[in-house]
Design a protein around this ligand. Structure first.
Ligand code: C2E
Ligand code: MG
Ligand code: MG
Ligand code: MG
Length: 289
């Protein structure tokens, strides 16, 4: 809370701000209840290879249906969970649930799980990952952990050790939302990422003539290629963007153009239909939202 509120401390609090603080406190209380009651579920969004146009994995994305507010975005409640100490419980549930689901998918389909910088700073994370894999039977190389540049804010050597421990287990590591954080690029020298996820803000508009995002995507892909890392273009919504990011060399695509996040039962259907396994594009026509 200190970081978010810091800038406003010299101002008088308006009624609006007080109302905001109150509803924020309410949300925090509701989140606590949601954790004890297990009120979350996961959706999974397909990740497609630009080479084969097949679904090679899914990203697990948490969902919370608030009893009165309806669906609350993880972009809103994950930061609150991080600040009020609930992210460990939530993150543990996400990891175990995603591994259990993916263990029943075909053997060439991976699952990606978002890991908060707070979880990443916890020395207990490798043991949790090992346990989630053992309990579910999911092979380590089918689990990809997504972390953001936020983990490099704390420059202690402990992140080095965490990277080593996780790579030692055999899971894959992806750098999420690349280009939006506190990028210094220096960490790319040593951090053992298997993949860079190019943030959707660079994909938006990239296929329009003269748009400079394409140049940025190209540069990121060149950097990743040189470092031996794969690249996923996030937030691809248009057919034109598929062609563009493929031509710019991105190895993977994730976005509404191929599929929105869906429940595991829909994933199972997508993966079991013969046409579904072959081309993700099939989902676009058959499962448009
Ligand atoms: P993210 O990890 O970068 O996930 C991608 C987000 O982009 C998802 O939003 C997804 O639904 C959205 N997205 C995918 N394709 C498109 C597209 O074509 N167009 C647009 N406009 N959006 C697209 P979502 O599910 O709302 O999640 C938001 C963020 O919340 C995630 O960003 C991630 O940072 C966080 N988050 C979600 N689930 C978890 C979780 O289980 N644990 C943690 N720690 N964070 C999570
Ligand atoms: Mg992610
Ligand atoms: Mg992302
Ligand atoms: Mg994001």
């Amino acid at each position: 809370a200190a970081k978010a509120d810091g800038r406003g401390v010299h101002r008088f609090y308006s009624d609006d701000m007080l109302a905001g603080a109150k509803s924020r406190k309410q949300l925090e209380d509701d989140l606590r209840i949601a954790v004890t009651e297990g009120a979350f579920h996961l959706c999974y969004q397909p990740v497609v290879s630009t080479k084969s146009t097949r679904i090679v994995g899914y990203e697990a994305l948490i969902r919370w249906n608030h009893p009165t507010r309806g669906p609350v975005s993880p972009a809103d409640f994950i930061p609150i969970a991080e600040e009020c100490g609930l992210i460990e419980a939530i993150g543990t549930w996400v990891l175990r649930t995603a591994c259990n689901a993916a263990a029943r998918w075909p053997a060439d389909v991976r699952v990606a799980v978002n890991v908060s910088p707070i979880q990443f700073a916890n020395p207990a994370l490798p043991a949790l990952v090992t346990s989630a894999l053992a309990q579910s039977g999911l092979p380590a190389n089918r689990l990809e952990l997504e972390i953001t540049e936020g983990v490099f804010l704390d420059e202690s050597a402990s992140s080095d050790q965490m990277f080593k421990a996780l790579k030692g287990i055999g899971v894959r590591l992806a750098l999420d939302d690349f280009g939006t954080g506190y990028s210094s690029l220096g960490y790319l020298r040593t951090a053992p990422f298997d993949k860079i996820k190019i943030d959707q803000s660079f994909v938006k508009g990239a296929a329009e003539p003269g748009n400079r995002n394409a140049a940025i995507i190209k540069a990121i892909v060149m950097l990743a290629d040189t470092l031996g890392m794969e690249t996923t273009a996030e937030g691809v919504e248009l057919q034109d963007e598929i062609a563009l990011v493929r031509d710019l060399g991105c190895s993977h695509i994730q976005g509404y153009v191929y599929g929105r996040p869906v429940l595991n039962e829909v994933v199972m259907e997508q993966l079991s239909t013969a046409a579904g396994v072959a081309t993700a594009a099939g989902f676009k026509t058959s499962r448009a939202p």
